[in-house]
Design a protein around this ligand. Structure first.
Ligand code: SF4
Ligand code: SF4
Length: 389
């Protein structure tokens, strides 16, 4: 067996689902695409700023000759139900990638095991493991290594696991033989572009990160008003463009994700967290429930603000007492502002809640010191119009 063949067997043995090899020479296409996104103002604040660093793996590992691209699937064989003792209630949507244990550590551990194996075979080999937060463009490297192809949604589409994969790399100074790229294509499909609620996929293969609801759920501060209706019940992440992709139909998929990536009961399993629980969670509860997942890194207030927007969008009278309570949050203007918007939306959709919503907003305005909250409350009262008087 060649070293490359042994490496691939070993990758499966350490729990990686996909593996391929690319030369350490990213195509100029990456630089052009990143430069174009930067010029159009589409690069999110979560992405590495330095384009040179993103397209030059050699900067991370001098003498880099090859990149081993690998992935793990995060689509489980079956959904996890919510805990049986949880009451009925309104639930929020968590993107599939953040329902289980945060994948970063799991993927990094497996890549490190593979890198250690490689160094056992070739003790003089230099290696460097990258997972998500490091500069290389994961999807592009994975495409070059034959793991899949770029879909119009900008996601990497793999033949066995669709888009439901976490990606990482091992840079190495070994001169490994590259794999051929996989020549899949979207054909004339445009489902992801048609389904995206905000038009964030502005054209095939181009994403405006600031319009993407996944980004919007992760931003701090007040959510721009034009995205609030579209958020529906999203607490963290979106997934719509993945759900509609024909490559993601379950019968096409390969090995299911391991149990460590299954949805945690603490976040309601695949049904999602109860919004009331999210609103009322203490700091220790937030740490226990969300910090182990990839949905915890922006903090408790971001999730609670999103829960209020979800309640406003619910059109359900059970949301009313929760919103009235949040409107009296003593310390966080962003929570009072979201509650004010949500009361306006709920009262507008559900007229029987309008007078209670209007009364609470009027009471708030008597003493509210924060100008942004006042503005939200006044806009909400205006929206309630005749319904609230
Ligand atoms: Fe659009 Fe949602 Fe996909 Fe973002 S994640 S591009 S908002 S469908
Ligand atoms: Fe390509 Fe269609 Fe999937 Fe979009 S939904 S990535 S166009 S196959």
């Amino acid at each position: 067996m060649t070293l490359e063949e042994q490496l691939k067997d070993q990758a499966l043995a350490v729990g990686l689902d996909l593996v391929g090899i690319a030369a350490c020479a990213p195509p100029e296409r990456d630089r052009a695409a990143l430069t174009d996104r930067e010029a159009r103002g589409f690069r999110s604040t979560f992405e590495e700023r330095e384009i040179d660093r993103r397209v030059s793996p050699g900067a991370l590992l001098p003498g880099c000759r090859a990149v081993v691209a690998a992935g793990i699937s995060y689509l489980p064989a079956r959904d996890t139900p919510p805990p049986p003792d949880e009451p009925e209630g309104l639930r929020g949507w968590l993107s599939r990638y953040c329902r289980g244990i945060d994948y970063h550590q799991i993927l990094r551990d497996r890549l490190r095991q593979l890198a250690a194996w490689l160094q056992e075979q070739r003790p003089d080999a230099g290696v460097h493991v990258c997972v998500d937060t490091e500069p290389p463009v994961d999807r592009s490297v994975a495409e070059q290594a034959g793991l899949g192809f770029f879909g119009k949604s900008t996601m990497l589409i793999t033949p066995t696991h669709g888009t439901w994969v976490f990606l990482g790399e091992i840079l190495t100074t070994l001169d490994l033989r590259p794999d051929p790229p996989w020549t899949g294509t979207c054909g004339d499909c445009t489902r992801c572009l048609d389904a995206c609620p905000t038009g964030a996929i502005v054209e095939p293969y181009v994403l405006d990160s600031f319009r993407c609801l996944s980004y919007v759920t992760q931003m701090k501060g007040h959510i721009p008003v034009q995205y609030r209706d579209a958020l529906g019940n999203m607490l963290f992440g979106c997934d719509i463009c993945q759900d509609v992709c024909p490559y993601n139909r379950r019968p096409h998929l390969g090995r299911a994700a391991g149990p460590e990536l299954a949805a945690r009961p603490e976040v309601g399993g695949d049904a999602g967290p109860l919004l009331e629980k999210v609103l009322h969670m203490t700091n220790p509860e937030f740490k226990a429930w969300f910090t182990p997942t990839a949905a915890g890194w922006r903090g408790k207030t971001v999730l609670q603000r999103n829960a209020l927007i979800a309640l406003g969008n619910s059109g359900d009278a059970r949301a009313l007492p929760l919103l009235l309570q949040a409107l009296r949050d003593p310390q966080r203007p962003v929570i009072r502002a979201a509650a004010a918007w949500a009361l306006g939306k709920l009262g507008h959709t559900l007229p029987q809640t309008a007078s209670a919503a209007a009364a609470a907003l009027a009471e708030l305005l008597v003493q509210e010191p924060d100008p942004a909250v006042r503005q939200e409350a006044e806009a909400a009262r205006e929206r309630l119009g005749g319904n609230g008087s």
